[in-house]
Design a protein around this ligand. Structure first.
Ligand SMILES: [Zn+2]
Length: 333
């Protein structure tokens, strides 16, 4: 069986060219860079006129909910959805139940993916206040890195002990394991929540979500993560950057050697004004911010300051995406 995808615009390895891709059985056998229609007999011809032909996408940030929250989704269902959208590899986050914070839970998750995943997979190992001694057993060829929740997004995986944070960054640097952080300062969020409750009542309207989980809380936490990376020489990837203010943290050339930034779909698409119509459907952590923040993120993506995009795909039941700031969800994301 041979197939040709013709007349498309091929985007690959820094090049953008018109051409055709030939697939023999399940392998790409030839890429023809030419605007001429290719000759030859093909069992199937796909006309890609007006389309981009892209390599399989790596989604570096997903929450596929298995184990423990499979009423929302699981590795089989979500990897199938990913494949339908052109995603051929995913990196899953450790805030499942049980959490991926031990070697056993990591291994169990890998075995689930061996059995159930339709596409390539890898799993972040979750850091806690106590588990950095396990890092030496992790293989950087198998996992993408260590995920550190430096904000109270997800239950008890919050790393809020400064000694533990230092140990995590130091140990990861020594072992050449990248660290990916969720940066929001919990103390600042708690203080903002207190003020909001005084002003608006016990469960403030969701339109105030971005004032509680605000830009300063993100900036303060990202700054701390970068200081730790610089101190220990840790390769740091800051997940789901949501503010213009944080972008200036990597202006320095030396910092850019160690620190990379991720944007996710919610912050590239929505702004705080969308809370009025979409309510808690767009409630996520870090919160979506202002139009100025969104526009700055888009510019940073266009000019390369933000180097990766993840979906942060994190399914919930519709009934769980109701309510206001306090809301129904025990865990977000
Ligand atoms: Zn996430």
């Amino acid at each position: 069986m041979n197939t040709i995808i013709e007349n498309g615009t091929i985007v690959n390895e820094g090049k953008v060219c018109r051409g055709s891709v030939v697939i023999q059985d399940d392998r790409i056998s030839e890429i023809i860079f030419s605007t001429e229609p290719p000759r030859g007999n093909y069992d199937k011809r796909v006309d890609a006129t007006g389309c981009f032909v892209l390599p399989g996408v790596i989604d570096e940030h997903v929450h596929f909910r298995q184990p423990g929250m499979t009423d929302k989704g699981d590795i089989e269902s979500e990897s199938r959805a990913a494949a339908m959208g052109g995603v051929t590899s995913f990196f899953d986050m450790p805030n499942t139940n049980p959490m991926t914070t031990t070697l056993e839970t990591l291994d169990e998750k890998i075995q689930m993916a061996v059995r159930d995943s339709h596409i390539n997979y890898s799993f972040f190992f979750g850091a806690t206040n106590q588990n950095s001694s396990l890092f030496k057993h992790l293989d950087p060829h198998i996992i993408p890195g260590i995920k550190v929740f430096m904000g109270a997004s997800t239950g008890n995986m919050l790393v809020d002990n400064s000694r533990a944070l230092e140990k995590i960054f130091q140990t990861a640097a020594f072992l050449n394991l990248p660290v990916m952080t969720h940066c929001e300062d919990s103390a600042m969020i708690t203080a903002n929540m207190k003020i909001a409750k005084e002003k608006y009542g016990d469960d403030p309207d969701v339109i105030h979500h971005y004032e509680i989980r605000n830009a300063d809380a993100c900036h303060h936490s990202s700054k701390l993560a970068i200081e730790l990376a610089k101190r220990f020489g840790t390769q740091l990837h800051i997940a789901h950057l949501s503010t213009a203010k944080e972008l200036s943290l990597i202006d320095d050339v030396e910092v850019r050697k160690l620190v990379t930034l991720e944007a996710v779909i919610a912050h590239l698409v929505f702004t705080n004004e969308d809370y009025l119509t979409k309510k808690a459907l767009i409630k996520c952590n870090p919160s979506v911010k202002t139009a100025a923040d969104r526009d700055a993120l888009r510019r940073a993506l266009a000019n390369g300051k933000i180097s990766t995009v993840g979906t942060d795909h994190a399914p919930h039941l519709l009934s769980q995406k109701q309510g206001d700031v306090v809301g129904l969800l025990p865990e977000c994301r």
